[in-house]
Design a protein around this ligand. Structure first.
Ligand code: GLN
Length: 495
């Protein structure tokens, strides 16, 4: 049986029934990764390291150990530092960099017995919405190789959508898990800010960055999230909750929610539809499958309620001030002395910094650093950065007032299906505008996910976004799982 396109549940059965070993799964994933090299998803593959992890997993299996993720192949976004595999954040600045330690999330998944097949492509330092801004070159959408896979976790989405691995890690600062998941027809969740440790995640915007799983189904996301989430003293914004690390995100799956019963499991669940998410900018071919999915949620018992997130439009300027401001600070360490590429050609200290940073960083990253330094500078700080922080607070408050009227919020992830590679490159603002539906939850720190609901123009995938209140990922995943029990979009595979 081919492991291509198999979810974690199916692979678990293969492993537990001894029909396949972790080594065989790893070998097949490695082969699939090589066979799909033209998609440019994988940036570093090292068979000997993968097979060593697989061998260790087989030994644990042979000793009778039973656990959900033991022996399951995975891939990591190149934003996570990994021992053995190069960790470059898709940048020439870190070309070939080998980390002496694993990111906390990587370490947790290793301990759970998952087997790393390799590192996957992303926009440089996670800045982008298309995975075109990578030093490794663009990554291609398996549904249509002319199309972008979305970004910045494009390689993660492609590795899963092309069936190489059942799960890949992603990071989401302003939509980078949800948007590529949507554009590639897979399921992805960004948990509440602070749930997964940021330790060893190469920083973009620290008050927004959050790791999460990208997989085929909500159930697989829940299984992996169980291992990823947990308090970490090495991350100062890690949230210490009473049951952190012991939370079971699969707990609510298949269970009736609220007043639900077996036939109407979502009875009593109020699904909020923000007026601002369903207006002019949303293209009709994206809206139609989302409307159909909402009707399906109604059939499962949910009640649709109209809500408003009045400052949705302001999320773009607020985010594109705050994220670059934090990026300019985080990326100052890459100066060719403390970290990163050093130019070979310079005459003094200043020209060494200038040449190193100009050579190491791509143009989009340089643009963000310049915007960030500008909005933080004396005289502009009050007018831009401070204002943006105030708007951010108001946006978070809007979500809280929405959650007095509904339990989860539903809407689009992206205003359009995946666009063609190169189509938005000339105009960065157009690309920023495409983030309109994902930035709000990021600024507020709320959990959000993308669930495949159909196809739009050019037979390109469409995802529906579900946003929950803080720490309601279990409920979000349960809603998505009920939907997936009654739909098969998440099972479709590219030709
Ligand atoms: N597209 C957004 C940006 O470029 C979000 C990226 C992300 O979530 N990492 O900043």
């Amino acid at each position: 049986m081919s492991v291509q396109y198999q979810g974690i549940r199916a692979l678990r059965t293969l492993l537990d029934s001894r029909k396949a070993s972790a080594t065989e799964l790893a070998q097949e994933s490695l082969q699939l990764a090589r066979a799909s090299a033209s998609l440019n998803a994988f940036t570093d593959i090292r068979d000997e390291l993968t097979l060593a992890q697989a061998k260790a997993a087989d030994a644990r299996l042979a000793s009778g150990e039973q656990s959900a993720l033991l022996g399951i192949p995975m891939a990591h976004k190149d934003i996570f530092v990994t021992q053995g595999w190069a960790s470059t954040a898709g940048s020439n600045m870190l070309k070939g960099y080998l980390s002496p330690f694993d990111a906390e999330v990587v370490d947790r998944l290793n301990k759970a017995g998952m087997v790393n097949v390799g590192k996957v492509n992303c926009d440089e330092f996670a800045m982008g919405s298309s995975n075109e801004k990578s030093a490794f070159g663009p990554c291609h959408n398996p549904w249509d190789t002319q199309a972008v896979p979305g970004g910045s976790s494009g390689g993660s989405a492609v590795a899963v959508a092309s069936g190489v691995v059942p799960m890949a890690t992603g990071t989401d600062t302003g939509g980078s898990i949800r948007q590529p998941a949507s554009l590639c027809g897979i399921t992805g969740i960004k948990p509440t800010y602070g749930s997964c440790s940021r330790y060893g995640m190469i920083a973009y915007a620290s008050s927004l960055d959050q790791a999460g799983p990208m997989a085929r189904t909500a159930e697989d996301c829940a299984l992996v999230l169980n291992a990823m989430v947990g308090f970490d003293t090495k991350d100062s914004t890690s949230v210490e909750r009473p049951r952190a690390g012991q939370e079971d995100f699969t707990g609510l799956l298949g269970q009736p929610l609220k007043n639900g019963d077996a036939t109407q499991p979502l009875k009593g669940l109020r699904v909020g539809l923000p007026a601002e998410f369903f207006c002019d900018g949303l293209s009709a071919d994206v809206r139609a499958p989302i409307d159909a999915a909402l009707r399906q949620l109604e059939q499962l018992g949910a009640t649709l309620v109209n809500i408003s997130l009045p400052r949705t439009e302001l999320s773009i300027p607020a985010y594109y001030v705050i994220a670059p401001a934090e990026a300019s600070s985080n990326l100052s360490r890459f100066d060719g002395v403390r970290y990163g590429h050093r130019a070979s050609d310079y005459t003094d200290l200043k020209s060494m910094y200038e040449n190193s940073r100009s050579e190491g960083f791509g143009l989009e990253v340089q643009r963000r650093i310049m915007i960030g330094a500008y909005v933080l500078s004396h005289g502009y700080y009050d007018a831009y950065y401070l204002q943006a922080q105030k708007v951010r607070r108001l946006i978070a408050q809007d979500f809280q007032s929405a959650f007095t009227q509904c339990d989860v919020i539903a809407g689009p992830v992206s205003p359009t299906v995946a666009w063609n590679i190169g189509a938005l490159n000339a105009d960065p603002i157009q690309m920023y505008l495409a983030d309109i539906y994902t930035l709000g939850a990021s600024l507020a720190g709320l959990p959000g996910m993308s669930v495949p609901v159909g196809f739009g123009q050019g037979n390109r995938p469409v995802g529906m976004q579900l946003i929950g209140n803080y720490f309601q990922e279990g409920e979000l995943l349960a809603v998505a799982d009920h939907y997936q029990r009654h739909s098969d979009w998440h099972l479709r595979t590219p030709a």
